[in-house]
Design a binder for this molecule. Structure first.
Ligand code: G4P
Length: 299
């Protein structure tokens, strides 16, 4: 699934990120704990390496992710050079401000005190929970928190305990999701605008992924299904179970797809992680677009 989703303001955002990054000591990237690789923005990673900035990776929404795999991802991120990691979810946001400040200090110990305050920027692709976290850290509502990817638009600045200054940046998405399965996972998690993909297609992907990785979650939610059946038959069986049928016994495809996507996004299907570090791969030659990230790094 090739996704072209690049609202106009994101062009400006890209430039703004490059400029802000030049002025900060630490780059904080929020990723979705259910898809830590797919929700990492390759453009941010390239810019960061180019500017030699250490990173704090926040794996957010851990309350929706598989706890065992969250631990695997946490260890994996921490094993990367110049990277610290933090697992965050609805259950442990209270301690976030202090933990983020501590981890930033570990990454940039030379920046301390009022003379040389530690400056960090926080970014992430849409819908990973950046606005929610910023509101929490600022102890007030400072940005729009909404379900629509790309809602956060202007830059914010807040101070954390310990004097760390945090710059927010608009929601970011790279121009094209090159790797096919990453596009599906992002769509499933709600990080891609609904106009950019076909919900039925993504619901099929969800069923296939669950059959492969979390078969019990499918059975627990939708009752006895023969998981050896082709995906279209499983989709129809789920439609029947959930009463998503049209007159004449036809499947209401749109309703069924929405139902499956909502079940995943809300955690009703259980705590699910869609990928492991073993899934990381480079894009295939046919997936690569000419307009690469190396050009970005030079900006
Ligand atoms: P963004 O700025 O990165 O685009 O994301 P935003 O904060 O708007 O969050 C997107 C959705 O994710 C929101 O749900 C938000 O409540 C939810 N969210 C953020 N952090 C967490 C978390 O740690 N765990 C869980 N389970 N959800 C989280 P929403 O349905 O759009 O809004 P609402 O119903 O919460 O008001």
């Amino acid at each position: 699934m090739a996704i072209q989703w690049f609202p106009g303001h994101m062009h400006a955002a890209r430039k703004q990120v490059a400029e802000t990054m030049a002025k900060v000591d630490v780059v904080i990237e929020i990723v979705d704990a259910r898809l830590p690789w797919s929700s990492t923005n390759p453009m941010i990673e390239n810019l960061r390496k180019h500017r030699q900035r250490p990173a704090l990776k926040i794996l957010n929404k851990q309350d929706l992710a598989d706890p065992k795999l969250s631990r695997v991802w946490y260890d994996w991120f921490k094993s990367q050079s110049g990277v610290e990691a933090l697992l965050l979810g609805e259950d442990n946001k209270k301690a976030a401000a202090t933990r983020i400040s501590q981890l930033c200090s570990q990454l940039a110990p030379h920046r301390t005190g009022v003379e040389k305050p530690l400056r960090a920027m926080i970014l992430g692709i849409p819908n990973v929970g950046k606005s929610t976290l910023m509101n929490h850290l600022a102890k007030r509502r400072i940005a729009n928190v909404a379900d629509t990817p790309g809602v956060t638009k202007s830059q914010q600045r807040i101070e954390l305990p310990g004097g760390t200054i945090l710059y927010d940046t608009p929601g970011l998405m790279w121009p094209k999701v090159e790797i096919e399965e990453c596009g599906y996972r992002l769509a499933l998690a709600g990080s891609i605008g609904t106009n950019a993909y076909d919900q039925v297609d993504v619901a099929w992907f969800a069923i296939e992924t669950l059959c492969e990785r979390y078969p019990q979650a499918l059975l627990d939610r939708y009752g006895a299904l023969d998981l050896d059946k082709p995906v279209e038959e499983l989709f129809a069986a789920i439609a029947r179970r959930r009463g998503a049928m049209l007159s004449g016994g036809r499947v209401d495809e749109q309703k069924t797809a929405e139902l499956i996507l909502t079940d995943f996004r809300s955690g009703t299907l259980g705590r699910i992680t869609l990928e492991t570090p073993d899934d990381i791969r480079e894009p295939l030659p046919e997936e690569i677009e000419m307009e690469g990230d190396e050009e970005m790094a030079a900006e």
